[in-house]
Design a binder for this molecule. Structure first.
Ligand code: GLC
Length: 733
């Protein structure tokens, strides 16, 4: 439909009809026989309101959504189609590794493919919009939603944000197999005080602009059709009512002209934040901030008519919002085809297709991080007398907490993967998954928790028997998948005591232990280190995690992941990042001095740093060569190294480029990543890796608020983790 026709349509709509477009409800209100029950009354919604709604969330199924759309469009006075939205974060039914794992691949193509597969399956089941990518920068492992982010690094997150938007949307939203992306959570949600979800965020304007904004901007520049507000406050103003953030920064500065949707209930939560006394006041603040769609609360539907009639809110604000929503529906082609490409036939052929499952397995294999591998203990040989022990050994719930449409029956577990790989081994669960269900009671049915607790001793005995009879033990430990995700902050980020006890007891009878670590966040694994010859972090690897891990354990896949987020020595260090700032009392390494920036009881350095990961082979990196030693304004220089596979098997290495602005008008991070490249090398093969570093890429918010570089000395490193000392110097003119 032409924009002119959209404006024509808008002009024909009544005030109520326009307000209806801003309302988003869950699909159950509309499902056949769906009870128009309590929630509606609580929300002051009438039957008429319902048939004026603009969008629904959380309902999937091509036939179900077709029926809802047909019924709805018949009843709507202008037959305007509904938008169908849902959370497809790392896959619909074919579940990819969690985004924090995808970031560890250091290959944006992994996420582009993941988003493309997720879009294809989402479109097949009738969806139009996914509430993804989440691009919040995360540096606090206590926060459960770190699993949804691609990690702690500004530059890495930008590349993955762009890749995900491109994977979801392609070039044309109306094309089959594509859905609109909704970048979230705008803004700064990843830095809640004390790592506690939904808590206030206190960031300096400069840190916000230089570290937290870039990934959102990258996603907007990549064309993300929607942005979602965040629950948190920023500078003590809740995002959803923050006019400066939403109109001045998001729309005016960043040029976002798409649909801004609130997070679930976030408009009404302005009352709980106590910056609005009533739903009416919350509606006013959100409209003035430019929030177009209110998710799951009725402030707009119950108060906007009055606000506009009394002249408190200009009808032009409402018209703007409605037009953006109609434009989104138009870009999706819904006026011509309200069902887009959802169909039962597509659902049967596209969802969980062989190609998709293969893509998910390939992705998982790229994300695993080998943290320890003493004496090249891994890879194993299928002929080894093996034991697979641990509560994650045969656990089908190895997909992230936001895999809301996943089914455990689709998962290939580690045990099944090892069997499919032809290995013979004894399996023993060994221990319960958790010490207790505190905070996880709602997931009780997913874990045979009580039964495991009752049989704890028997489980351990069986495991010790298996360990005694084996040459080598694979110990599958880690977080239950619902221990990370939304509303899953943890103050203690160690493994459950029952799992640590299992590890210690097994290592007493068999010291040849490789730990496979399943987790949605960096953990404090100090107690694991001494008892494991190898530690392979597999995050939450998704539907095909089992075969991916098995292929890695047996050497058919050489792990190439690098940590997308530092593993702290202990929770006392968080938030932690390699990109920290100098202080007036900084020091390198260890210091015996009293009055320096350190702890009395723990080290400053993380247990494993950002960008770290081992391989089954080894690599050398030559000294850095530069194309020149000065960088002019708007100029660039090349920095190169030669990487060589010095081992005896093929491997991939991630070459990382870091820079430091030695002096500035404000303090500058001791290092910032400004490039990375993943290279595959055969044994003995070498390759030159060249980065083009631009002056533009080095700009920051200077003391006078400009985005610029400043003349002066720079240091550059190129290596295989954020701790590389392979450096060169240059100067910005
Ligand atoms: C949730 C999350 C958001 C999600 C939305 C819809 O509370 O914060 O990420 O997209 O609600 O489920």
């Amino acid at each position: 439909m032409e924009t002119k026709a959209l404006r024509e349509l808008l002009s024909q709509m009544s005030l109520k009809e326009k307000i209806g477009q801003l309302l988003q409800l869950t699909g159950n209100f509309f499902e056949e026989g769906g009870e128009i029950t309590g929630p509606m009354q609580d929300m002051n919604l009438t039957e008429d309101d319902l048939w004026l709604t603009g969008s629904i969330l959380g309902t999937v199924g091509a036939e179900k959504l077709r029926k809802i759309q047909e019924t709805f469009m018949e009843k709507h006075p202008h037959h305007i189609p509904l938008l169908f939205m849902a959370d497809v974060i790392n896959g619909y039914r074919t579940i990819f590794p969690i985004p924090l794992a995808q970031g560890s691949s250091f290959d944006p193509a992994v996420s582009r493919t993941g988003a493309s597969v997720a879009a294809a399956e989402s479109a097949a089941v009738g969806l139009h919009v996914t509430f993804s990518p989440m691009v919040d920068l995360v540096r606090d492992a206590r926060w459960g939603r770190v699993m949804e982010s691609t990690g702690e690094d500004v530059y890495l997150n930008r590349q993955f944000a762009r890749a995900q938007v491109e994977g979801y949307q392609g070039k044309d939203l109306s094309a089959p197999g594509k859905v609109a992306a909704c970048v979230k959570h705008f803004a700064g949600y990843g830095a809640p005080l004390a790592g506690r979800d939904y808590n206030a965020v206190e960031l300096s304007p400069r840190t916000f602009r230089d570290d937290y904004l870039p990934a959102y901007k990258e996603a907007v520049d990549a064309g993300a059709a929607l942005v979602m507000t965040s629950f948190n406050t920023l500078d003590r103003v809740p995002s959803t009512g923050n006019k400066t953030l939403m109109r001045d920064i998001l729309r005016d500065e960043m040029g976002f002209d798409g649909v801004l949707i609130s997070d679930w209930g976030a408009v009404e939560e302005l009352v709980r934040h106590r910056i609005a006394e009533t739903r009416k006041e919350a509606a006013r603040l959100s409209m003035e901030a430019g929030v177009d769609i209110e998710m799951m609360t009725p402030c707009y539907s119950s108060c906007l008519e009055e606000l506009i009639s009394e002249g408190t809110v200009a009808e032009s604000l409402l018209d703007e919002a409605v037009l953006r929503i109609l434009e989104l529906k138009n870009k999706l082609g819904l006026f011509e085809n309200p069902f887009k490409d959802g169909s039962a036939e597509a659902e049967n052929t596209v969802v969980l297709s062989k190609e998709h499952l293969e893509a998910a397995q390939n992705a998982a294999e790229q994300t695993f991080v080998l943290l320890k591998n003493d004496d090249a203990f891994l890879p194993l040989c299928k002929k080894d007398k093996l034991a697979l022990i641990g509560p994650h050994g045969d656990n089908p719930l190895i997909y992230g907490a936001w895999s809301i449409f996943a089914s455990p029956k689709d998962t290939v577990t580690l045990r099944q993967g090892m069997e499919q790989a032809g290995a013979s081994f004894r399996y023993a669960k060994g221990s319960p998954m958790l010490d207790n269900l505190r905070g996880l009671e709602m997931f009780k049915e997913q874990l045979p928790f009580e039964q495991d607790l009752e049989q704890k001793d028997a489980l351990l005995q069986e495991a010790l028997e298996a360990a005694k009879a084996a040459d080598k033990v694979v110990l599958a430990l880690g977080e239950f998948n619902q221990q990370s995700g939304e509303a899953a902050s943890r103050g203690d980020i160690t493994l459950p005591r029952c799992q640590l006890d299992l590890l210690r007891e097994v290592s007493k009878v068999n010291e040849n232990v490789a730990v496979v670590l399943f987790t949605g966040r960096p953990l404090d694994i100090r107690e694991v280190l001494p008892y494991a010859k190898s530690i392979l972090c597999v995050w939450q690897p998704g539907t095909m995690g089992g075969p991916a891990i098995a292929r890695t354990l047996f050497g058919d896949n050489n792990p190439s992941g690098k940590l997308s987020m530092s593993f702290p020595w202990s929770v006392g260090q968080v938030p932690i990042t390699y990109a920290q700032f100098p202080t007036g009392r900084s020091f390198d390494g260890e210091s015996k001095e009293k009055y320096v920036s350190k702890y009395l009881d723990i080290p400053n350095k993380p247990l494993f740093p950002f960008g770290f990961g081992l391989s089954y082979t080894t690599f050398s990196v030559s000294p850095v060569t530069l194309s020149g030693d000065t960088l002019e304004k708007d100029g660039s220089l090349q920095a190169s190294v030669t990487v060589k596979n010095t081992g005896d098997r093929e491997g991939q290495e991630v070459v990382q480029l870091y820079v430091r602005d030695e002096y500035g008008s404000v303090t500058r991070p001791v290092r910032e990543m400004k490039g990375f490249r993943k290279v595959t090398l055969q044994p003995g093969e070498e390759a030159e890796v060249t980065f083009t570093l631009t002056e533009k890429e080095l700009r920051f918010t200077t003391i006078n608020g400009e985005k610029a570089t400043e003349p002066g000395a720079m240091t550059l490193w190129i290596g295989t983790s954020s701790e590389t000392d392979n450096s060169a110097a240059f100067v910005i003119k």
